[in-house]
Design a protein around this ligand. Sequence first.
Ligand code: URA
Length: 250
Amino acid sequence: MAWIRLDKYLADMQVGTRSQVKEKIKKGRVVVDGVTITRPEEKIDGEQAIVSVDGIQVNYSEYEYYMLHKPAGVLTATMDKKQKTVIDLLDKTARKDLFPVGRLDKDTEGLLLITNDGALAHDLLAPKKHVDKQYYAKVKGMITQKHIEAFAKGVVIDGEYQTMPAVLEIVRAAADMSEILVTIREGKFHQIKKMFLATGSEVLYLKRLSMGTLRLDETLEAGAYRPLTEEELADLQRITKKAEGLEKNE
Ligand code: URA
């Protein structure tokens, strides 16, 4: 990102809607590098320019990254006419180009990355990139070594698709309900629920704990979110770059 229209710069940074910021610019309330600019379409250097509105400096950030603890009952979508979405959980002042990376079912809880960085999102989701996602689940019935072996081979779901190998760990096994950790590398629709159905069980509760190096911050209550730390972001960028090499070698 280098050159950007002044009205877009300010609207992206939530100074106001596009028409509100146009008005502010036309009224001479916006100063760029010490010069008052009155043309909304003026292009400025988004990385270098020092921009202020009514004397208050507005810095530009091209990309933003948040970790959301998705609660059950909320759709993983940017908008929906009837139901509440994960984007509705964000503050009203949040920028408007944010979207969730990947999909958790409505009844699934846990880690969801929210960003406006399409390239990183693509890299994290591409099956070839081998980004592990770990889930905790409560499932019906006794889970045994047989399940572990079936998951390790890959399970046939939808009657035809063999999943990639998955790592299943038993946290607590009991006749009525077991608790497990499962790590998958893909994100097929209802994948974990289907994998358990295919092996004679059923998911009763599902929570995503991690995606690649990013782990759900357990201090975040369901419904809460926070920006990624610099380290969390750098780690995600590093694993997607590493995965790029893997992909090329395949
Ligand atoms: N697998 C599922 O079945 N559901 C999810 O929400 C995520 C993975």
